[in-house]
Design a binder for this molecule. Structure first.
Ligand code: C2O
Length: 502
């Protein structure tokens, strides 16, 4: 693991997470990248050094710290063409930011083209020495991280050109898995001791698949959702969409032995073969063989609409649909190979949006790309609604779509699969599934963080094909604020014609 002040070198290397060898993009030499550990309130400073050479994959880069608000450090959000120029090969950039009060489970990944599908992704945990008092957080061990990812045997450049509907070759848990027809490659093992209580941090690092996560014979108590402490909810299965995180408490209260941990991948209604998407929960004293445990039964069903933020904060603004200060309908669509939102398919601008803002463009009408930038006023309540208009949106084409907002959490006032609204105590999170046909997911957030923030489907192939918009939050405040703080390196990685430095 890395500390909060570290160098993260990006290199190409051959890996075989599922028994198939391929060249990949590695952070810190491994797949997934090393765990970055930080403490609440502490500064994080990561020197990203781009040593990529393999041109069969994207070679420029940009690293995003998923879920971190980047309050006053929009420039460090790491989104290529939104908040920065890509970092060219042989260059580096120090990302320096303070997550303030944020704690819990996050991750980092490339936000340049589809590069994270080639491997550039890893976990980030912010520990709180004073986790909320109360029995749920009183665990014997909170260090276990379980990453769930899809894995591909071809380079993301090839896959990204083929189509928006790309099928992974395998599921890897903590970077290990097996593909259909492949060798019996080693699986990840999570070690526990009988009688102890564990906090497992589960992270969806996926490019496309979402997972139904289960542990044979064990219940899980959800205590954290995307960095937000939640009222305990006991489940025996947990849907994890790309970008989402949960902490669960698991008590090792079964007979000493081996138990399957399963992450059944679901993608466009194509389910992978069972048994390949597995890791092993191993009690101390058990043999080192594969588990023989049976799946299910599942009767403690997950229900997103019943998740409650621990501090129970009510939703800001008038508790009625469409009665926020700003109400936006964002209607997903799909034409040919391209996705769009409100009929506009996102394309990267030549000049990163923050750079445009620093150069004096402060209105949506001036900011490129045309039609993809929504200008939002400061200190207002924004409601985003995703109405299902016909069979081709929200569900049918490649859904359910996990939508992620940078720079914020939002209150999920209507979640997928639920017909009623909750203004009293809904969960806050940063990535929400739009569900399937007939759902109308609705969220609210407050514009308390000036800057251009990307808002997109976290299925990376969909983002690559235009499923994104930019929330340009108080651009003139962002210009004033960021002009004071952008480091010299942030400018100098840009082509000279963009920055006027030469
Ligand atoms: Cu996790 Cu815009 O990303």
């Amino acid at each position: 693991a890395l500390g909060s002040s570290a160098q993260l070198s990006l290199t190409n290397g051959i890996v075989s997470p599922d028994g198939f060898s391929r060249s990949a993009v590695l952070a810190g030499g491994s797949f997934p990248g090393p765990l970055i550990q930080a403490q609440k309130g502490g500064e994080i400073s990561i020197n990203v050094v781009n040593q990529l050479v393999d041109e069969s994959m994207p070679i420029d880069t940009s690293i995003h710290w998923h879920g971190i608000f980047q309050h006053e450090t929009n420039w460090a959000d790491g989104t290529a063409y939104i908040t920065q120029c890509p970092i060219p090969a042989n260059e580096s950039l120090v990302y320096q930011f303070n997550p303030g009060n944020q704690t819990g489970t996050y991750w980092y990944h490339s936000h340049y083209s589809t590069q994270y599908c080639d491997g550039l992704r890893g976990p980030l945990v912010i520990y709180d020495p004073n986790d909320p008092l109360g029995s749920m957080y009183d665990v014997d061990d909170e260090t276990t991280v379980i990453t769930l990812a899809d894995w591909y045997h071809d380079s993301s450049i090839e896959l990204g050109e083929i189509s928006t509907l790309v099928t992974p070759n395998s599921t890897v848990i903590n970077g290990l898995g097996r593909y259909s027809g492949g060798p019996s490659s080693p699986l990840a093992v999570i070690n526990v001791q009988q009688g102890k209580r564990y906090r497992f941090r589960i992270i969806g690092l996926s490019c496309a698949s979402w997972f139904n996560f289960t542990i044979d014979g064990h219940e899980m108590t959800i205590i954290e959702v995307d960095g937000i402490e939640s009222e305990p909810m006991v489940v025996d299965s947990l849907p994890v969409f790309p970008g989402q995180r949960y902490s669960v408490v698991v008590t090792a209260n079964q007979t000493v032995g081996n138990y399957w941990i399963r992450a059944s991948a679901d993608l466009l209604n194509r389910t992978f073969e069972g048994g390949l998407n597995s890791a092993i929960l191993r009690y101390e004293g058990a043999d080192s063989g594969d588990p023989t445990t049976e799946e299910g039964p599942y009767d403690l069903e997950f229900n997103e609409s019943l998740l409650v933020t621990l501090d129970g904060a009510a939703v800001p603004g008038t508790p009625e649909v469409g009665k926020a200060d700003v109400n936006l309908n964002l209607i997903p669509g799909h034409i040919g190979e391209l996705f769009n939102i409100n009929n506009v398919s996102f394309v990267d601008p030549a000049v990163p949006i923050l750079l445009q803002i620093l150069s004096g463009a402060t209105h949506a009408s001036q900011l490129l790309p045309n039609g993809s930038v929504y200008e939002l006023p400061p200190n207002k309540v924004i409601e985003l609604s995703f109405p299902a208009t016909d069979g081709l949106v929200n569900g049918a084409v490649g859904g359910p779509h996990p939508m992620h907002l940078h720079g914020h959490n939002f209150w999920v006032i209507r979640s997928a699969g639920n017909s009623s609204y909750n203004f009293d105590n809904p969960i806050m999170r940063d990535t929400v599934s739009l569900g399937t046909q007939g759902d109308n997911v609705t969220v609210r957030f407050v514009t308390d963080n000036p800057g251009p923030w990307f808002f997109h489907c976290h299925i990376d192939w969909h983002l690559h094909h235009g499923f994104a918009v930019v929330m340009a939050e108080s651009p003139s405040d962002a210009a004033t604020e960021q002009s004071q703080v952008v480091p010299q390196d942030w400018r100098s990685i840009c082509p000279a014609n963009l920055t006027g430095s030469g």
